[in-house]
Structures are given as structure tokens and as C-alpha cells.
Write a protein that binds this ligand. Structure first.
Ligand code: AMP
Length: 426
């Protein structure tokens, strides 16, 4: 037999890690509810054209693309925003605005696998459509803050920028959109010199160089220095103004903004306004990121719809929880082993297990036919709380034996009282 392994970059998540991932997903859903985002479920496989329309070269080149049996060119989703924008132009076109949506699930990118970078990973993705005000930008940052807090992370901080600053400068000097996007992609990869080489206009290069040279840890000083650099560029100046307003809104709510970078760019091409990422000091890669994209819905044939969204990398949040050693308060349920003393009692034992499950108590039936001592040893090893021993003599009297596995004590209990007694001990 061949030694089957997972495909490179894809992982099996064993119970502990899957448990932590599900804990993070439950917190992502709770956060969505608190902020009024309703969950939608979209397909993993989408038309290649939809996913590639505005994702940017970086992500386009890393998509899992293939022909289905009907000869359609399709791809595994590398992100959720395109699917959500499709909903906004179709099924939800006439819904009153703002539209607040959550999508959670796996996404696929042919990235180079390394710690925190996989080819199949999980995201929680929040989008708010129809709102152009800075309160909406602030909301997306604040809900990310809430999620980080609710999973127990500490010392996380935001890095914030605004693509309108670079686009504003380049646009005023008539640099075409394609070159603008290429410059932003290079900025994202921190290839600043290559980015500057793409720009023919001298004043533009000088302005961009000036922004790259701003070196201060103070958010306030960065904003003031950026304002001075862009004072001759109307759109870029408005972008800084907008960024400052958003920063004030989030800072007043106690949200930790560590850095503002006027030349910060992100891989996705569709951003038009504020962009951000969230980090913890112990992990180099971002735990989540997002931004404003006011033209995407239009690109997909919808009405002009301002929009903003964020995607959280759930695998990286799991990694951050493990790194910061913040045990997730998973609130483990009590576990009970149900063990028949003899094989002939198996039907009765099954009935007892069903009785417990109906009462909401987790019950595992002994299905290996082991002797009582072996079954109890196994229950102990798996850190179960109680064993319910189903013996012939006790059953005749309408009873079972309940054994507290930690205390190594046991007593007889009437079956009718069993769920109540076990629940009271949890
Ligand atoms: P993006 O959709 O590129 O804005 O990414 C949003 C978040 O997804 C990032 O901040 C990461 O936390 C996470 N992420 C992106 N790429 C990967 C990957 N290859 N593996 C694991 N997480 C990723």
C-alpha cells in the first residue's frame, strides 16, 4: 500500500487543534452576532472569472484553477470577498443598506508552506456594504479588536494605512490604474526601489520617497508628516484626513493602534481606502487584515456600493493562542462511560446511554466488549468523569452503579434519577 500523506500545504487537524479552531469559529460567530452581521454560506468552488476579476496578480497566480467535467474553468476560493460581492449584485441587490455579512470556512492559495502559511486555511470574513462613513471603517477594526479579546489574546496591535494616499498622488500625475496597482503590489512586498522605478513622473517619485522616509513611532507625528508630504495632492490629502478620522474613532474606544504607515499596501487589488492588519509580537505574520473597497460591487455589474471588510486568519489565531499559552475557555462538557458488566446487558447499557444523551449528557458506550476493569482503565486514561456500570442485579432493582473516576468512589443510583444526579455533579 502506498503511504498516503496529505497534499503539500494541506493539514489534518487532530482533535485538540480542531477543538481550538472550532472555539475560535464560535467566537467569530458570537462577535458577528454582537455587531449585527448575518452569516451566509457560499460555495468553495466558484467561476475562475469571478475570483480573478479583481483579486490582484499576487492572489490570481496562486489560485487552484481547474476545468470541471463540463469544461468550465473554475477555482477553489482564495478568499470570500468576491463571492460576497456577487451576492450584493444578485440575490441581495434590493436589500436595504447597510448589509452586514459574515462568511466562515476554508480558503485555498498555492502559497509556499511554512509556519502559519498553508495552502488550505480558514478565515472568518466580515463585510459591511452600503456605508462610506468612517464609522463603518472603525466598526470593522473594532470588531477585530473584540474577536482578538474574546479568544483571550493580549498585546495584539493594529497597523493601519490608506491606499488613497499613494493612489491619490499617482492619479494626480496621470499614472494609469494598472501601474498604480503594480506600485502598490511592490510596496506590499517591501520592494520600494522597484516600485519607485516604475514611476516616470519625477514629482511623483519625490512625493513617494518622502512618504517612505517618514520614520517615527508616533502615530500623531506620522499623520502630521504625511499631511506635509501630500499638501499639493488633493485626493491624497483627503485620504489622510479620512484616515485621521478613523484613527480618532478607534483610539477613543481604546483600540491598540501601534503603527500608521502611509505607504502600507496589501496584496488584494480592490482596496480603495483605509487598510489594516493585526499582529501579536510573538508571531511575525498578520492574524487578520482588511480594508475599504468602494468599487468592487460595480466591477461585478452592481450599483456603486461603498464597502469595507476584514478577513481573519483563523489558523494563525489558533497559533497565536498556543504561542501566548492562553488556554481557550472551551468549557468542556462532562463525559460519562457506560459499561455493561456482561455482554447480555449491552441492550440495557445502550438504553442508559441514550437516556443520558437525551438529557444532554455526553455518554460513550463500551463497544469493544471488554471486561469491566479494562473498560474502566480506558475511561480513566481518557479522562472521563464518571462510569455508569450496568449490572444484572442492579438493573433488576431499577438501579445502576455510578463511579466517580477521579475520586474512585461509587454508589448505586435509581435509573430514573440518573440524569438529574449526574447533571448536579457536573
Ligand atoms: P487576506 O485575505 O490576504 O487579506 O488575508 C487575511 C488573513 O488570512 C491574513 O491576515 C492571514 O491571517 C490569513 N492568511 C492569508 N494567507 C494565509 C495562508 N497561506 N495560510 C494561513 N493564513 C493565511
Amino acid at each position: 500500500m502506498p503511504n498516503f500523506q496529505t497534499v503539500r500545504g494541506m493539514r489534518d487537524l487532530l482533535a485538540d487543534e480542531a477543538g481550538t479552531l472550532n472555539f475560535v469559529i464560535s467566537k467569530a460567530r458570537e462577535t458577528a452576532e454582537l455587531y449585527g452581521y448575518r452569516e451566509v454560506i457560499t460555495p468553495v468552488v466558484e467561476p475562475y472569472e469571478l475570483l480573478s476579476a479583481k483579486a490582484g496578480e499576487e492572489i490570481r497566480s496562486r489560485m487552484f484553477v481547474f476545468k470541471d467535467l463540463g469544461n468550465r474553468t473554475v477555482a477553489l476560493r482564495p478568499e470570500f470577498t468576491a463571492s460576497i460581492a456577487r451576492l450584493a449584485t444578485g440575490a441581495l441587490k434590493n436589500e436595504p443598506k447597510p448589509l452586514r455579512m459574515l462568511a466562515v470556512g476554508s480558503v485555498y492559495r498555492y502559497d509556499e508552506p511554512q509556519r502559519g502559511r498553508y495552502r488550505e486555511f480558514y478565515q472568518s470574513n466580515y463585510e459591511i456594504m452600503g456605508a462610506s462613513n468612517p464609522e463603518a471603517d472603525a466598526e470593522i477594526i473594532l470588531l477585530t479588536d473584540s474577536l482578538m479579546r474574546s479568544v483571550g489574546l493580549h498585546n495584539y496591535a493594529f497597523k493601519i494605512g490608506h491606499v488613497g494616499i499613494i493612489r491619490g498622488i499617482l492619479g494626480q500625475e496621470n499614472v494609469d490604474e494598472k501601474t498604480q496597482s503594480a506600485v502598490l503590489q511592490l510596496m506590499d512586498k517591501k520592494e520600494h526601489n522597484k516600485a519607485l522605478e516604475l514611476i516616470e513622473s519625477e514629482p511623483c517619485r519625490v512625493a513617494l520617497k518622502g512618504l517612505l522616509d517618514i520614520k517615527t513611532d508616533s502615530v500623531h507625528e506620522t499623520i502630521e508628516a504625511t499631511k506635509r508630504q501630500v499638501e499639493n495632492y488633493g485626493d491624497a490629502a483627503s485620504a489622510v484626513q479620512n484616515l485621521q478620522e478613523i484613527l480618532t474613532l478607534v483610539a477613543e474606544r481604546g483600540c491598540p493602534v501601534a503603527t500608521v504607515e502611509p505607504t502600507f499596501a496589501r496584496g488584494l487589488e480592490y482596496y480603495t481606502g483605509m487598510i489594516f492588519e493585526v499582529y501579536i509580537p510573538e508571531v511575525e505574520v498578520a492574524l487578520g487584515g482588511g480594508g475599504r473597497y468602494d468599487r468592487l460591487v460595480e466591477v461585478f455589474g452592481g450599483e456603486q456600493t461603498p464597502a469595507i471588510g476584514v478577513a481573519h486568519g483563523l489558523d494563525r489565531i489558533v497559533m497565536a493562542i498556543q504561542t501566548q499559552k492562553t488556554p481557550p475557555n472551551k468549557c468542556e462538557k462532562m463525559k460519562v462511560a457506560v459499561v455493561p458488566v456482561k455482554t447480555i446487558m449491552k441492550g440495557r447499557a445502550l438504553g442508559i446511554a441514550q437516556l443520558l444523551r437525551t438529557a444532554g449528557i455526553s455518554a460513550e458506550l463500551e463497544v469493544m466488549g471488554r471486561k469491566i476493569n479494562k473498560a474502566l482503565e480506558d475511561a480513566d486514561r481518557r479522562q472521563m468523569d464518571f462510569a455508569v456500570i450496568v449490572g444484572e442485579r442492579e438493573i433488576e432493582q431499577g438501579c445502576v452503579v455510578v463511579r466517580d473516576l477521579a475520586k474512585r468512589e461509587q454508589c448505586e443510583v435509581p435509573i430514573s434519577d440518573l440524569p438529574k444526579i449526574l447533571s448536579s455533579r457536573s
